[in-house]
Each structure stands twice: as C-alpha cells, then as structure tokens.
Design a protein. Structure first.
Length: 700
C-alpha cells in the first residue's frame, strides 16, 4: 500500500472541496444510483494513511469521483451528507461517505407558506434563490400556467418542489460535466428535446453471449425488453363555484403504442384534479397519462460503456433482434466503480459491512453499469410519488384586509385571512386567496349573510383537506374579541349584536337579544338608526295573555311606545279599527292636531262626552251639508262668557250678558197656543206701519 498513492494519472480517483489533498484520500470503490426525477445517491469507500482525518472537515464538503473514459473523463459529484470512519486495516483508515446532490439539502427543511400569482417554475426558482442555489438549468418547452394560490404546508422544500414538478410534468437529472469539486448542475426538463446523446460515439454495440472474450471492450453485455400493462385512460374532474353548471371533466388516452387489449378499459379517475378550466385539466390528465404510458415499454441492461449517463440517449446496434437496434433514453442507472488488485486494493473479508456498497457477484471490473431505458421517441414523465398534503381537523386564522378598512370582501362575501403558521404573511389584503365563508342558509338572491370583519378569529377548514382551497366555517371569540354579553353573568342571554362601521363604538350597534332568565324573560331590539318593516299580508301583535290552564301564569301586558320625532301611518286600502275593551284612552297633543276625513265620520259615545278647550277658539265649518244637534232624551246647554251669536245670511240672533238682539229682513214669532212677552218696559215700534191683529184684541 505504501506505493499506492493516488495521482491524476489514475483511472479512478477522488478530489474535493475539503482541506485534504489527493494523496490524503484514496478511493477504493463506489456505487452511484441515478434516476430521472429522483435524487442521486453515491456511496464511496475511501482510505487514508492519516489517522488524523477529521470527519467534520469532510461533512458538507463536495467530493468528485473522476473516472477515465476513452481519453476523456467521467465525473460523479455530490455533497458529503454522511461520513463514517470504519476501521484501520494494514496502516490505512477506512471511510464510508454518502454523497448527495445539492438538491438533497432541501429534504432537511420543513416550511409552511403561501405563494400567489406565480408559475410552478417561478416558485421553484424563488426557493432555490433563498438558499443561494444557482446550479440549475432549465430545458423546458412548455408554458406553465400562473397559479393564483399555492400552499406549501408542513412539507420539506424538496417534497414541495417535487410535487409541483410531478404535477406539471417537469422532471430532472444531474449534469456533472463542469462539476469538479463544486456543485453539479440540476437540469429541469419536460420533453425529449432536453435529452442529448451520450458523450463520444452515441452508437453502442451489443456483445452478449456466454463467450466472455466476446464481451470485452465498451459494450452492452446484457439486454432485456419488457412490456407492462398500464392504465389506458386518465380522467379528472373538478368544480368551480364561479361556474357551478360548467363541466370540468378532463381526459387523456394512452398513445397507440400501448398494444394490450385492456388499454381502453383501465381508467384512472381522480377528483378534484386541481384546476378551474378544462384546458389546464386536459394538460394535467395528459401528464399523468404520459407517466403511466412511459412504463409500458422498457429495457434493462448491463454495460461497460463509461459514457452511459442518466438523462442521455444512445443507439443500440448489433443486437440479433433487429427491432431492438434503436435509440433509447436512459431513465435509471446504477454504476459500480472499484479499484482492482492491479492498483493495490483488494477486498478484505474482515471489513465491516458497508451496506449500500454491494457489488454484483461477478463484478471484478473497474466500471460496470446496470441501467433502465425507454425508446427514445417515448416521452418521459415522473409518476406522482409525492402525495398532495392534506390538512385535517380545524384551523383558526385572523381576518385581514386593506389598511384603513374594517370589512374586506368581494361580491361572493369572501374574506382574506392570516394563518397562524404563515410566517411570511403581511396581515393585509394579500395574505391569502379569497376564502369562501360558510353560511347557515344560501340561495339565489336569498339566504343569510354575515361577513367576518378584520381582526376577528375564524375557523378554517379545507376542501377535501387541500391547503390550496380554504373555507371559513365559523367565527370564534378570543381575548381581543369578547362576547357582547358578559359571561357567565349573562349566560341566559342569546342574541345578535352588530357594530356600526366604519369607526363604530360600543354605543353604535343593531341588536336582537333574548333573555331567558326565569321570570325576567325579555326580547330586546335596537335599530341604531332606521327601522323598516314590511308585512305583505297580516300582522298580529298580542301583549299580555290570559291564564290558560291550572297552575299556569296569567299576565296583563302594557305597551309603552316613545317616538322622538314624527309618526307617519298610512292605510292604503281597508279599514282601521281601534278598540279598547277595558280602560280609558288618553290622547295628549302639546301643539296642533289636524284631522281630514274625505268620507263620513261617525262617533258614538255610550256615556257622557265632555270636551274642554282650555285656551283658544273652536270653529266648526261644514262647507257643503247640514249640522244637526239632537239631544233625544236630555237638554242642550250652551254657555258663553261674552256672547252667543247665530247667523244665517243677513239674519242673526245675538245673545250677550245684557241683551238678546234679533236681526232680519223679516222676523216671525208664532205660538200655536199662547205667546207671552213680558218686561218692565216694552217698546213696539213700526217706523212705517204697526199692525196688531187678533180675534179679540185687548189693550190694558
């Protein structure tokens, strides 16, 4: 081992961003596992003559494996995420390291946050940027739809990004071309155009058979073809409340390449499909169908071709089945790299088990790869392996809105909220998407409406547990927003109490309150300003009640009504009946009263009728018609302090305290039996003529 120091001329060596030099760490063997749309895993066993190698000087550093390949060099790079010191053998310390791409680091984070008005690619780039990660390249052909609202909920950044990629049909592989002692490049792709041929000659010979001598050189030595029954149809559905009658069914069928007879019968149906338009729905269905269809026709192989690389294409030739000589895309690979005895390293049976470093039994070459591939013309998509996060149970949140507003809503009565788990929210009108609010009753232009206001705590649930689809299902009191009735002192009170907006106070509200305390029952209604009431047929109000049964309580009720301004009462059709069965009526008017009756007026008084005018005059005018006063069983008495005067045209009778004056063009006094006229002094004067006539005329 003393002369086995690693050098740049070695066909297999390691370097890194750590402080140790190439002579300090010598690779013994490695296994590299790659797959489209999945994280690469590299297990490296290496040795050192130094016993002072510090694990913490290796952890988190980049290591690169260099493999000579036909005058060129093939590299595998990763960040050391785990390193173990195993044993001391023949003066060398044995180490085992696990290398992962930088993307793996995002499996070590968990977050809950909200992204709005961004595409999936923009979200991915934003997260990469937060970590200062720039080692990625986009090889995308599609245009991705902007997401109105997208939630990462208790997911690692890796799972969240992977979920978005799998939904959109984006996958990735890693390019190590320029990754020497620095991060590899993540290549995001979504179609065949993203995959280039392998380095060097892309034509690879097949050299199979039992004759080992025929299998030497860079070639494919094992080749297997397989076909698998997969679903032939993907159907999705969804519902958009803004288009409740619209069908959002989406569907995609397998390409004709899938020849099995079940393809039209095996259907994957999923709802909700997470879309609002059939166009995006069909795209999502096609992505899922493509992922299934890609598994129908696959190849497996083993080769010694060092240029074979996941995410690249090659063309097989010289296979005895001519149909197999075609272009293929490598979708998965497992590389086995080891030093041979010729370079001074051999396996020691006393070595500790190194787990993932398991080599095929017949592997004694420096390099071998086992791989999977699919026809080059077949489009690849990743299956959905990352589940959509599901939020169970109830959440609470605080209603938010635009600064200066107390209520923030739209035409559907939706609200914005600030979730307690959202560390990035600004508690404004942009914290979330519009959140629908459950109401006890809803219909077409009828139902109940109560908009939660800014600052209130509300209950949030999620449609089918989907974080992207929150629904407000209720409201809660807390220490900042207490109930309107002090509890438990007023525990028998039930009610609805509002608050005037904007800038209302505890004194400005509408209210309907029910007090159920025994013997103190009460219904209280307050309109802060106006009150409108419409009864389209009958309205009955009963105040007080009679004793109904034995042991029951009877009660008399009173109505006290105070109106601080005007009362305007109109009966458009029908009668107005006012009855006082027992008791009196008192009407007190401090200023004037005007009563206009366009028809007849009849008043019946069973007892006495007394009318007193304390100050002022009384005038009764009949413009058309008669006045009749009839005391059928009594008398009529009229008393005046100054005078009483009756007038008809030019005739009048005037009574005053000292005289009675009768004036008229002609005055007739007729007594059917006897007429007496008596006074201390009597004067009868006829200026023109005086006639006294009688059957018997007597003068004193």
């Amino acid at each position: 081992m003393a002369e086995s120091l690693q050098s740049k001329e070695w066909p297999l060596r390691i370097t890194g961003s750590y402080i140790y030099g190439e002579d300090d760490l010598v690779i013994r063997r490695a296994v590299v596992s790659e797959e489209l749309g999945k994280l690469t895993e590299i297990q490296v066993e290496f040795l050192s003559e130094k016993t002072t190698i510090s694990l913490d000087k290796l952890l988190g550093k980049v290591m690169t494996i260099h493999l000579a390949a036909d005058g060129a060099e093939r590299k595998f790079t990763g960040t050391i995420v785990r390193v173990e010191r195993l044993a001391l053998r023949d003066g060398y310390v044995q180490f085992l390291a696990e290398l992962r791409p930088w993307f793996w680091l995002l499996t070590q984070t968990t977050d809950s946050r909200i992204f709005q008005e961004m595409t999936a690619v923009q979200i991915i780039e934003k997260i990469f940027g937060e970590y200062g990660l720039t080692d990625f390249r986009k090889s995308l052909r599609a245009t991705y739809q902007q997401r109105e609202y997208c939630v990462q909920y208790r997911e690692t950044d890796f799972d969240f990004i992977s979920r978005l990629m799998q939904e959109e049909g984006i996958y990735y592989y890693f390019d190590y071309t320029n990754a020497e002692d620095k991060n590899e490049t993540l290549v995001m792709c979504d179609g065949p155009n993203a995959h280039t041929p392998i380095a060097g000659d892309a034509k690879v010979e097949f050299r199979g058979g039992d004759d080992y001598s025929q299998r030497l050189g860079d070639s494919v030595t094992e080749w297997a073809a397989s076909e698998t029954i997969r679903p032939g149809v993907v159907s999705l559905g969804d519902f958009d409340f803004e288009k409740p009658k619209a069908s959002l069914d989406a569907r995609a069928k397998t390409p004709t390449g899938a020849k099995h007879g079940f393809k039209d019968k095996l259907e994957l149906y999923d709802i909700p499909g997470h879309y609002k338009e059939t166009g995006p729905g069909n795209t999502l269905a096609k992505v899922r169908m493509t992922a299934e269809d890609a598994l129908f026709d696959r190849r497996r192989g083993r080769a010694s071709v060092r240029a074979l690389e996941t995410g690249r294409k090659f063309t097989l030739q010289d296979h005895p089945d001519k149909a197999e000589n075609a272009e293929y895309l490598i979708t998965k690979a497992r590389y086995f790299l080891q030093t041979t005895e010729g370079y001074g390293f051999a396996k020691n049976d006393k070595d500790l088990d190194t787990g993932a470093l398991e080599f095929p039994e017949d592997s004694n070459e420096m390099f071998m790869v086992e791989f999977e591939a699919q026809p080059g013309k077949t489009e690849f998509k990743s299956l959905r392996t990352i589940p959509w996060p599901e939020i169970s149970g109830l959440h609470t949140a605080i209603v938010t809105g635009k600064a200066g507003e107390e209520i923030w809503t739209d035409k559907y009565g939706r609200i914005k909220v600030q979730f307690h788990w959202d560390r990035e929210g600004k508690k404004d009108e942009k914290t979330t998407c519009w959140v629908r609010v459950v109401t006890p009753w809803s219909g077409k232009n009828w139902g109940m409406v109560s908009i939660p206001r800014i600052g209130q705590e509300v209950v949030i649930q999620f449609e089918e547990g989907d974080p992207d689809r929150p629904i407000c299902t209720g409201m809660l009191y807390n220490a900042d927003t207490m109930p309107p009735y002090a509890l438990p002192a007023n525990q028998t009170q039930t009610g609805i109490k509002t608050r005037s907006s904007k800038q209302g106070s505890a004194e400005t509200f509408n209210e309907l309150m029910f007090e159920d305390k025994k013997d103190a029952e009460l219904v209280r209604f307050q309109a802060q300003k106006d009150h409108e009431k419409l009864v389209k047929n009958m309205s009955t109000i009963t105040i007080g009640y009679d004793k109904l049964d034995k042991g029951g309580n009877g009660g008399d009720g009173c109505l006290s009504q105070v109106v601080k301004k005007n009362v305007d009462e109109t009966i458009k059709e029908g009668d107005h009946t006012f009855t006082i069965e027992k008791g009196n009526q008192t009407v007190s008017i401090k200023t004037d009263q005007t009563e206009t009756i366009e028809g007849k007026s009849t008043r019946t008084v069973t007892g006495n009728h007394a009318e007193t005018i304390k100050e002022g005059d009384k005038s009764t005018t009949v413009k058309m018609g008669d006045i009749q006063v009839d005391a059928k069983m009594g008398k009529i008495t009229m008393t005046a302090m100054k005078s009483i005067e009756l007038k008809v045209g030019g005739s009048s009778i005037k009574l005053d305290p000292t005289s009675i004056t009768i004036k008229s063009t002609m005055i007739k006094v007729q007594a059917n039996a006897k007429l007496d006229a008596k006074s201390p002094m009597t004067t009868v004067n006829g200026d023109a003529m005086l006639t006294l006539k009688g059957g018997l005329t007597m003068i004193n």
